[in-house]
Design a protein around this ligand. Structure first.
Ligand code: ZN
Length: 151
């Protein structure tokens, strides 16, 4: 069943209803604030490669939904629920990156692109299983080498 990336759905890990696009924006806004101290529409547009008009529309929507506080000339801040979503996605991003590295994927661009897709679409149960497996593989790298036929 095809699901539009803008359709709201119950978020697997949290219960806050956020779309894939909203999660990507909140993740990016949090990164920008952490890195530069602020997030402006122009910066988000550049990083997500989306027009400023589209970014403005999405940021206004996120403001209306209570995830950010947006003031046209001053940029935006995340609300506590916006921060919660952003941190959840960041946590998933990091774990899935660790997972792909642990199973032997080495191309950083492939890892990044795959993680950006996967992080929105994994149930809490599967996520937990991936987490245990990742920690196991990190402690036992010979398992992966053996599977790849390198030992
Ligand atoms: Zn991500």
């Amino acid at each position: 069943m095809a699901v539009s990336s803008n359709s709201p759905r119950a978020n697997a890990a949290g219960g806050t209803r956020t779309s894939v696009a909203a999660e990507d924006y909140l993740e990016k806004i949090e990164q920008l604030i952490a890195r530069k101290g602020y997030a402006r529409v122009v910066d988000i547009a550049a990083e997500l490669k989306i027009s400023q008009a589209s970014v403005t529309a999405m940021v206004q929507k996120l403001d209306a939904e209570g995830f950010v506080k947006y003031e046209k000339y001053r940029g935006m801040v995340l609300t506590s629920s916006g921060l919660e979503v952003a941190r959840r996605i960041a946590h998933r991003h990091k774990l899935l990156t660790d997972f792909l590295r642990a199973i032997g994927v080495t191309d950083e661009k492939v890892i990044y692109d795959d993680v950006e897709g996967m992080e929105h679409h994994i149930s809490p149960e599967t996520f937990k299983a991936i987490e245990s497996l990742t920690r196991y593989l990190e402690k036992n790298p010979s398992v992966v080498a053996k599977a790849a036929g390198k030992k």
